[in-house]
Design a protein around this ligand. Structure first.
Ligand code: FAD
Length: 322
């Protein structure tokens, strides 16, 4: 008997988040041929995204499009998700391990009385089982887990599983009418984004991160210039955030964001274990630090011992030329 898979897509600033395509690939890794895959998408003026999504799934694309859904609000979105799930009776539901996914996944799991595996970074399937890998102890160890029953809820850490390609299909798009709830406890009036630059930090392929060594708010400017040239995002250590050099929205680490870019450039960051928890899975780590004994060099693939205010502008100039 075929099993039904559901992906809860995520839209931000009118664009589909990359992690949704990574969730498609995750489902492709676990499902059997012929298992239907459906997607739920909510937002405002998202018909083009729904059309795009229809090329990735073999089931249906459930679209709920309304101005009330322009910004994320679990109080509005969760009842809509429940409505769709009731019709699909899913074997498994996949979401991104983002702020949105981290809030919705346990709500969905509780509603479905499902088991949940969070922050999955790799999936292995054999003839008999599917194993999900997730980091433990702030990235110092990894565990492989499998589900013992269904339904299942899985969240995927961004930037770890390769995004899916379109499939040879054009799924049916089903528009669901949105009826505003009669009462709401909370309403999102405005979103004030504190991160800098155009690229989302958790999805950036390149992150240029600054620590206490950056020394001031202005000290982040050369890092932003390097990030802009590389089409990357700026991050920070908690040391830099605590010192008031940047907003906490940029903080990477155990109590901040977890990033896994292709390249992580740590500038003036010592490499405390709590910082490593948020970036140690990056593909290539480049450290710039004037102290040759800084612990970050033990983890780094490439180390530059020097003053970041000299090295970073030189790198920017070189990359501009390239
Ligand atoms: P420092 O350790 O002060 O390092 C600054 C570095 O800059 C030094 O290595 C110095 O050599 C170098 N430097 C100085 N000037 C220059 C220059 N001109 N050029 C090049 N290099 C220079 N930290 C996080 O980052 N993220 C977290 O999520 C986090 N969570 C925490 C949770 C808990 C419960 C606790 C207790 C701590 C947490 N921390 C976290 C804090 C962490 O322990 C460190 O204090 C913090 O990461 C240090 O930040 P830093 O590397 O920027 O500063």
């Amino acid at each position: 008997m075929s099993k039904s898979y559901v992906i809860v897509a995520e839209v931000r600033d009118g664009k589909l988040r990359q992690v949704t395509l990574e969730a498609f690939q995750s489902v492709a890794l676990v499902k059997e041929d012929g298992d239907p895959v459906s997607v739920i998408i909510m937002g405002h003026q998202i018909s083009a995204i729904a059309e795009q999504l229809s090329q990735y799934v073999s089931g249906q694309v459930y679209v709920i499009d309304h101005v009330d859904l322009k910004t994320y609000n679990a109080e509005i979105q969760f009842p809509l998700i429940k409505e769709v799930l009731n019709t699909l009776n899913p074997h498994a539901v996949f979401l991104g391990h983002t702020a949105v996914g981290r809030e919705l996944a346990p709500m969905i799991a509780a509603y479905l009385e499902a088991g949940q595996l969070s922050d999955v970074i790799a999936i292995e399937k054999s003839e008999t089982e599917v194993l999900y890998t997730r980091p433990l102890y702030a990235g110092k160890a990894f565990e492989q887990k499998k589900f013992s029953h269904t339904p299942q809820v899985v969240t995927i850490r961004p930037n770890n599983i390769v995004a899916a390609d379109t499939i040879d299909s054009h799924a049916q798009i089903i528009t669901i009418d949105y009826v505003p709830p009669s009462s709401l406890r909370s309403i999102v009036q405005d979103v004030i984004r504190k991160t800098s630059g155009k690229v989302d930090l958790t999805e950036a392929k390149i992150v240029v991160s600054g620590g206490r060594g950056v020394k001031s708010v202005d000290g982040f400017k050369p890092l932003q210039e390097l990030a802009d040239v590389l089409n990357g995002a700026v991050g920070a250590s908690r040391g830099a955030c605590d010192a008031g050099y940047c907003d906490y929205a940029l903080q990477i680490g155990q109590t901040g964001k977890v990033v896994t870019p292709e390249i992580y450039i740590a500038c003036g960051i010592s490499g405390a274990i709590q910082h490593l928890a948020g970036m140690s899975q990056s593909r290539i780590i480049i450290a710039i630090n004037k102290d040759p004994e800084a612990p970050i060099f033990k983890l780094a693939d490439y180390g530059i011992v020097g003053d970041l205010f000299v090295v970073v502008p030189l790198l920017t100039e070189e990359f501009k030329r390239a």
